[in-house]
Design a protein. Structure first.
Lengths: 113, 114
């Protein structure tokens, strides 16, 4: 069974640009979570999608947004990139009905220059 | 709101020895879950062990076990017979459900000496 897959693995953007990160959950998982892992700050919760709806949002500005598609894959968009957005962005998925824990992808390393 | 605190940034253990990683948490929820995740250099977070707060028995998974002290809001991870492959960053996390959003501690870097 394929795990959670994220693309791209690495992404380099210039300040002010937009970045789009993608996540494919494990088959059968309807929930997708996004976390930001900045150096020295641990993982910070960004967004939670389930069944196509945004269920919860962390303490991040509105330029962080996303969506979940009918096949449960998800996109995270970061607009007007700032240098401090440089971080590892981790996606996780879970099966809400089965109450499984979250399984993580390998992340997208975003570097803003 | 939930908070998770890991106060030790680094620890080291001799191969085959036992090490305990500390974690404290705070939550206003009556029902919650606690987790330990491992993050090796490959960056992928791997679930090590989980504990349901309503269960009094401490969870165990092979060489990994927890010491869950609910009143003290403490959730430590014990790794027995440490192996070189255990070297990684370990994160303690809490959530209101097994599949809810998680609140993470800042992590601890564990090194294993051969």
């Amino acid at each position: 069974e394929a795990g959670v897959t994220q693309s791209p693995t690495h992404l380099i953007k210039t300040r002010g640009q937009q970045a789009t990160l993608r996540c494919s959950p494990i088959s059968g998982h309807t929930s997708v979570y996004w976390y930001q892992q900045a150096l020295g700050l641990g993982l910070q919760f960004l967004l939670w999608y389930d069944e196509g709806e945004e269920r919860n949002r962390g303490n991040f500005p509105p330029r962080f947004s996303g969506r979940q598609f009918p096949n449960y894959s998800s996109e995270l968009n970061v607009n007007a990139l700032e240098l401090e957005d440089s971080a590892l962005y981790l996606c996780a998925s879970s099966n809400r009905v089965m109450n499984t824990e979250a399984f993580f992808g390998q992340g997208t390393r975003l570097t803003v220059v | 709101a939930q908070t998770v605190t890991q106060s030790q940034p680094e620890m080291s253990v001799q191969e085959a020895e036992t090490v305990t990683l500390s974690c404290t948490y705070d939550t206003s929820e009556s029902d919650y879950y606690l987790f330990w995740y491992k993050q090796p250099p490959s960056r992928q977070m791997i679930l090590v062990i989980r504990q349901e707060a309503y269960k009094q028995q401490n969870a165990t998974e092979n060489r990994f076990s927890v010491n869950f002290q609910k009143a003290a809001k403490s959730f430590s991870l014990k790794i027995s017979d440490s192996q070189l492959g255990d070297a990684a960053m370990y994160f303690c996390a809490s959530g209101t459900g097994a599949n809810s959003k998680l609140t993470f501690g800042k992590g601890i870097t564990l090194s294993v000496r051969p």
